[in-house]
Design a protein around this ligand. Structure first.
Ligand SMILES: [Zn+2]
Ligand SMILES: [Zn+2]
Length: 240
């Protein structure tokens, strides 16, 4: 599965293209280091795949190691990201699958979807413009946000999206009660955690590390930024 580029991306290549696209969307430098943080994979693993993506014509690398998409690379990345987010929205809205379970399902389905099925799914989701975690289905529609962890005490907050869709992180967020679109006030801000009090009086506590990965709009607002923590610290462990 190598050599002639655009039509033969492997499943693994498509996973990397999606994470690269997220860096690109978020305005973060497309580098191996950022990619290995975003995917929580080791540097050598990521390095090898970057070499493959370059050989297959999806990316180029400058002498300073900065990565750029080729035309075929960006087209391919946009397509796979769009299908991923569309499938997630379809699974939650049409099939009723909880939003902390749809990411892994979409990863399995997104590589095998025909344009006809994509069109039908798009019709089935109605007006929805994002995946259930708040990421725009159509590239370029991403709203600027700030990490919830940056917001000052007392600021009014609206939850935009969950930047990282790691399985255990989504379970943690779901259990906390937070949802994209939710509005409230930052009620507590400690070194270890923050508390968001929603308009209907719910108190949502998140570790500061997790709050780095939750993008919001805030008033007053700190400067726009997308955080990329080296390691996530969850407040509790699952599956034990
Ligand atoms: Zn996802
Ligand atoms: Zn999503």
């Amino acid at each position: 599965m190598s050599g002639d580029g655009a039509n033969t991306a492997t499943v693994a290549e498509e996973e990397y293209l999606q994470s690269l696209f997220w860096l690109h969307e978020a305005g973060l430098p497309m580098t191996g280091a950022n990619l290995s943080r975003a995917m929580q994979l080791s540097a050598p693993t990521v390095h090898e795949m970057i070499g493959r993506l370059e050989r297959d014509g999806y990316i180029t690398r400058a002498s300073d190691r900065a990565i750029s998409f080729t035309d075929s690379g960006v087209e391919h990345a946009e397509g796979i990201v769009r299908r991923h987010r569309l499938i997630e929205r379809f699974l939650t809205d049409v099939l009723g699958v909880p939003w902390d379970e749809v990411h892994e399902e979409a990863e399995r389905l997104e590589h095998a979807m025909s344009p006809v099925l994509e069109e039908r799914m798009l019709a089935a989701i109605g007006d929805a413009k994002t995946c259930p975690h708040g990421h725009p289905i159509v590239a370029g529609a991403r709203l600027a946000g700030v990490p919830l962890a940056d917001v000052e005490l007392g600021a009014r907050v609206a939850v935009l999206r969950f930047e990282n869709e790691a399985e255990d992180l989504l379970r943690y967020l779901k259990a906390s009660g937070i949802e994209p679109g939710m509005e409230g006030v930052l009620a507590e801000r400690e070194p270890s955690h923050v508390v968001l009090e929603t308009v209907d009086g719910q108190r949502i506590a998140l570790t500061t590390s997790v709050a780095e990965t939750v993008s919001v709009t805030a008033d007053p607002s700190p400067p726009p930024r997308t955080a990329l923590p080296e390691q996530l610290v969850l407040g509790q462990r699952y599956g034990r």
